[in-house]
Design a protein around this ligand. Sequence first.
Ligand code: PLP
Length: 432
Amino acid sequence: DRLDELTVDLDLAHVFHSWSAQGGGRTPFVLAGGLGTRVWDHSGTTFLDFSSQLVNLNIGHQHPAVVRAIVEQAGLLATVAPATANLTRGQAASRIVARAPDGFHKVFFTNGGADANENAIRLARLHTGRDKILSTYRSYHGNTGAAIVATGDWRRVPNEFARGHAHFFGPYLYRSDFWATTPEQECERALRHLERVIQSEGPSGIAAVLLETIPGTAGVLLPPPGYLPGVRALCDRYGILLILDEVMAGFGRTGSWLALDLYDVVPDLITFAKGVNSGYVPAGGVIIPDSIANDFDTTVFPGGLTYSGHPLAMAAIVATLDAMEAEGIVDNAARIGRDVLAPGLAELAERHPIIGEVRGVGVFWALELVADRATREPVGAGVMAKIKAGLLARGLLPFIAENRIHVVPPCVVTDAEAAEALAIYDEVLSLP
Ligand code: PLP
């Protein structure tokens, strides 16, 4: 199709892309439209979107109520200064705090997840008068000053210009850094390791431990029972704040409103973005409890953004959260996870020795692919490229990270779409 070709030509000529080499050999993937769990290019080739784009599209493509709310807000007031009081912004904030634990009553809005973490780190430093931030090696927290240095994965290394960060290993039983063979051992040893890192980094200088409630990009690493409460207890022992990053895991992805609802833990600060309005208009933020918000009753908060609480983003949040509630979309994610993806992916693992481990909850799953089940050696990039091409050729848009397929459809995915996707994964995993 002519428009698909034009899209590729313009992209190659003028668009500078994230996290990639820009030169030849790149073949951009074109999308022109979507609805629910389906997307298509200009020539009408359709795909099941089992990536939710960047795992942000919890409500699915083009939800009519969200699109309508954005259009209506654009007609009323398309932008407004952050210091102004605006009804849509207040409604968005009140709907967000309604899903947070007791005691959280304020939201500081940002443009996305990275600056949400940036401001949570700032709040933790100001609240404690301390400096250091501890986070895990297997994490992604965003691509700005402190957030990228808090990030653990390879993307931190060329960007280490912020100071005051140290890293530790979180629990990951399948590739245990602690020689553990049971979840109990992994939990106990990971907590012991964290305490040693806290002691070694100087507890009185540590402002916060920053964790993804469930590390997402790093592989949907569900923490073992007891780990997050154990981190909470360590933080309390040393006067350190706990920041939970719910950017990817929050607002429905796990089949609960927040991922922290699945664990017996209350953090000191919560960051969010992505699912809060499915990225229809960029937005993120920090949910702040009274105990920290009150610090700034008479003291100036030294932070701000022109588009903090942008009305189009706020309208999208209000409509998204209302539609998720009214249509039982979070429950659907839980049900699909429990009744369709859990058994379906387990069955795939029985049939395909290339699957080393299946883990997840709700619509947040990873298939870890291995060359050898005994040694757990990850499959190489060549195999993953072949799998990706195979999935696309059969009409499934996948989310691939390292040696993993992340099975991350929108929360609105139907039983039939999940079954269709399972059949495609099944066929493609037979190829290598
Ligand atoms: N935190 C987590 C857990 C994420 O997954 C991401 C993005 O993938 C971010 C933060 C950064 O969000 P953004 O890309 O909106 O800045």
